[in-house]
Design a binder for this molecule. Structure first.
Ligand code: ZN
Length: 267
């Protein structure tokens, strides 16, 4: 069916583009979890976003599911380490996992941090500095502010940059990219006294990054740049395994087995 007719049909059925994308993502992840290629166990850096913020859509993971995923991983023989440790030793085939959260959502402090603290698991939070400054339209209480981020850092969270305004680096010019990389690092240092050594690419797909941005990130002082899939990431970046709202226990176990190492979240 031509794309325009598909769009019209979806509109008539009351489905927005976002709904349609979510349905497609769910179908893709379910199908791959059944039929996708399994790879040998290796270290992985997991990427989460919110834990109990329904408005975050496909990237929100329910609190009970978050806990059960960690328990699943531990039962499968994985142990948790800081993300930088895996980033600096990517070829390791040990069963190590690291946990990162992008965007800086308040539900991470409410629903994930207590679980991680209880289990003694290190983790990384990549923040968007404008959003932590309150410059967003997500509503009250959705994003972490600097005080909350500072408290998380004091209790052990490693703080990384996720840019100033969460742009698509594939669509901005080099000057703007440089500003996003340098200024976010400087702002985090000035707000909470921590100079981040890692940068998580907003959106994270191959098309959202390029060689110029990578070089700029290195000039800005970042030692690690977190991307998305193992197979498609740009040279110099570090792969992460994304976890989505649709990840049932079977899909999560498949993600640990590398089934999504070629798959990119495209929403
Ligand atoms: Zn993000």
């Amino acid at each position: 069916m031509p794309a325009q007719r598909v769009k019209t049909a979806l509109r008539r059925a009351g489905l927005t583009r976002r709904h349609a994308a979510a349905i497609r993502m769910c179908c893709e992840r379910t199908a791959l979890s059944v039929a996708g290629e399994r790879r040998p166990a290796r270290s992985r850096i997991l990427c989460y976003h919110s834990v109990g913020t329904a408005s975050w859509g496909v990237n929100d993971v329910a609190p009970a599911r978050f806990r059960s995923q960690i328990e699943t991983a531990i039962r499968a023989g994985y142990h948790f380490v800081p993300a930088e440790l895996i980033a600096s030793d990517e070829d390791s085939d040990e069963r190590r996992l690291a946990i990162t959260f992008d965007d800086g959502l308040a539900s991470v402090a409410t629903n994930a941090a207590p679980v991680l603290e209880e289990m003694g698991i290190p983790w990384t939070l990549a923040v968007v500095t404008d959003w932590a400054d309150g410059l967003h339209e997500f509503g009250d209480g959705v994003m972490l502010d600097w005080r909350a981020i500072e408290r998380l850092a004091e209790t052990g969270a490693n703080i990384a940059s996720h840019s100033v305004s969460h742009p698509d680096f594939g669509r901005i010019d080099e000057q703007k990219a440089e500003a996003e990389l340098f200024e976010s690092r400087f702002t985090i240092a000035s707000r909470i006294g921590i100079t981040p050594s890692a940068f998580a690419i907003p959106l994270g797909q191959t098309k959202n990054w390029n060689t110029a941005a990578q070089e700029s990130a290195e000039r800005a002082g970042y030692l690690t740049v977190y991307a998305q899939t193992e197979d498609r990431r740009h040279p110099g970046t570090v792969a992460r395994t994304f976890v989505t709202r649709f990840d049932s226990p079977r899909i999560f176990r498949s993600a640990l087995a590398g089934v999504f190492d070629h798959w990119e979240e495209w929403v």
